[in-house]
Design a protein. Sequence first.
Length: 117
Amino acid sequence: MKSVLIVDDAAFMRMAIKKILEKNGYEIAGEAENGEEGVRKYNELRPDIVTLDITMPEMDGLTALKAIKTIDKNAKVIIVSAMGQEAFVRDAIMRGAQSFIVKPFTEEHVLKVLNSI
């Protein structure tokens, strides 16, 4: 069972991702509401996969991605972003993110992306 850290400032978005993943056999290692907390929890929990929002307070997703990759260059990070943020998604992929999920998302798409990691 793969463990996942969910990082998103919107509680309803964390809950939606968590519900999909738990229902389909993933373990939720933890949740964080901003990039700074996400980096700290990644270092502490070392999950198999991180879902990471781009736009968050304290520390944005691109900065958090860079920090997580500094901790563990093999970290598996999936960017979760709203439509219209294509430039940020491209930047995230260039910085080492494995894939991305566009909000709003479907359960099938979330599982397809996570299962491919």
